[in-house]
Design a protein around this ligand. Structure first.
Ligand SMILES: [Zn+2]
Ligand SMILES: [Zn+2]
Ligand SMILES: [Zn+2]
Length: 408
């Protein structure tokens, strides 16, 4: 009887723990910050889970990234065929030939498509706090005909900050495209904040913008940098002040302010706006123009001024990122801090070379297949004879190594 009971118990445990294990796998952990709950995201599955919640109606949930997230590895360089070409775009306001960048998934490659958070204008628009926490999301792929393309499709009253988006592709044929937000609205008088964002993704669409596509609601942008090409179309409904798109913001229709932003990517303008609501913004003179009118608040800078760090100084410091180069068998790796705008770079720590491995004893490294030369166990130099000279060198090198190790 006891045995029978324990079998039943075992079956029950299996039945109940399997679905729980699945749920625990996908539902990210949470933390509380200033009385608000944040989902801690550190994987593509968790990011998709979060977007599904938003698109399911939980529009005001919050997230904090706890690691870099890769959705599609090497999307732009290996998975897609990108073709820049001239296309005629027609609207009720006429037609125009524009440059677009179309993407096709390479034969044999599979790409996980991204469904932007906030898929429906008025119905579900993202209004939470998305804190990138200095991390990077890479490999988002949106290739849409009708739905807005971006990390967030439709937004109001949300804050997106401290995030880099790279190696991603956002395309929308008939609607807006912006790497972080395609369409910023303001139906309930709640402002959108976009702070400390860096875009290194291709954006193509109507009112396209490297940070935000179309701004219809009150929006504040600060410390945002665009580094990639923005391909804007002519648009259909008079939103455009006669222009198409911008490196930072595609089309600005309403209360808007931008501070400490820099456009370095190819685009028509840095911002397409009719209002001078800018403070301390810059654009690379060979990449775009500033705004469609003259202002002292959006200024041209040269490539030299960018590289030298002058622009970083003007906007309050470098936009840094930690780069890790893994060590190989023979060469040290390192962790360094690099600026995304200028040439500033500092090695933070060196990671020692791994050394060769030879488990099968064939004198070839199992990892790199390099030849493994026998070394003297005392001095670490290639094997040597017992002559007086060689033995003396051996002793000296041994002594130097000993002293070194004492002070290391
Ligand atoms: Zn810098
Ligand atoms: Zn090796
Ligand atoms: Zn030796």
């Amino acid at each position: 009887m006891k045995k029978f009971l324990s079998i039943i118990l075992a079956i029950l445990m299996v039945v109940t723990t399997v679905p729980m294990a699945f749920a625990a796998d996908v539902t990210p952990p949470t933390r509380e910050v200033d009385g608000k709950i944040y989902y801690e995201l550190d994987s593509a599955d968790e990011l998709y889970w979060f977007a599904e919640q938003v698109n399911g109606g939980n529009v005001d949930i919050n997230a904090i990234l706890t690691d870099d997230i890769v959705v599609n590895e090497n999307l732009l360089s290996e998975k897609l065929i990108l073709t820049e070409k001239d296309e005629v775009k027609t609207s009720p306001y006429g037609s125009e030939t524009v440059k677009v960048c179309v993407a096709e998934v390479k034969t044999g490659e599979s790409v996980r498509e991204w469904i932007p958070m906030g898929t429906d204008l008025w119905v579900n628009m993202y209004s939470g706090h998305f804190n990138g926490n200095g991390k990077t999301i890479s490999g988002l792929y949106v290739n849409e005909k009708y739905d807005d393309a971006g990390l967030v499709g439709n937004a109001y009253g949300c804050t997106i900050e401290n995030l880099t988006l790279e190696d991603s592709y956002f395309y929308c044929e008939y609607n807006f495209a912006g790497a972080f937000v395609a369409f910023a609205e303001n139906p309930y008088d709640e402002q959108v904040y976009l702070k400390n964002l860096v875009n290194k993704s291709i954006v193509c669409g109507r009112c396209a913008g490297g940070i935000v596509g179309c701004v219809q609601g009150t929006t504040e942008i600060s410390g945002c940098i665009n580094l990639e090409t923005v391909y804007p179309f002519a648009i259909s409904n008079g939103y455009d002040y006669g222009h198409k798109g911008g490196g930072i913001a595609g089309t600005i229709l309403n209360d808007f302010s931008a501070t400490d932003c820099v456009n370095l990517g190819n685009a028509e303008y840095a911002f397409v706006s009719g209002n001078d609501s800018f403070t301390n913004c810059y654009y690379l003179d060979t990449a775009s123009k500033g705004v469609p009118f003259v202002t002292n608040n959006v200024l041209a800078v040269t490539a030299e001024e960018v590289a030298s760090g002058l622009v970083c100084e003007k906007i309050g410091g470098h936009k840094t990122k930690i780069i890790t180069e893994e060590p190989t068998c023979t060469e040290n790796g390192f962790e360094k801090i690099e600026c995304l705008i200028c040439e500033y770079s500092v090695i933070q720590k060196e990671i020692p070379a791994l050394g060769h491995v030879d488990e099968d004893g064939d004198k070839l490294c199992d990892d790199c297949h390099g030849e493994i030369k026998d070394v003297c166990p005392d001095c670490g130099r290639p094997i040597h004879d017992d002559s007086f000279a060689q033995s003396l060198i051996c002793l000296i090198v041994m002594f130097i190594n000993l002293v070194k190790s004492m002070f290391a």
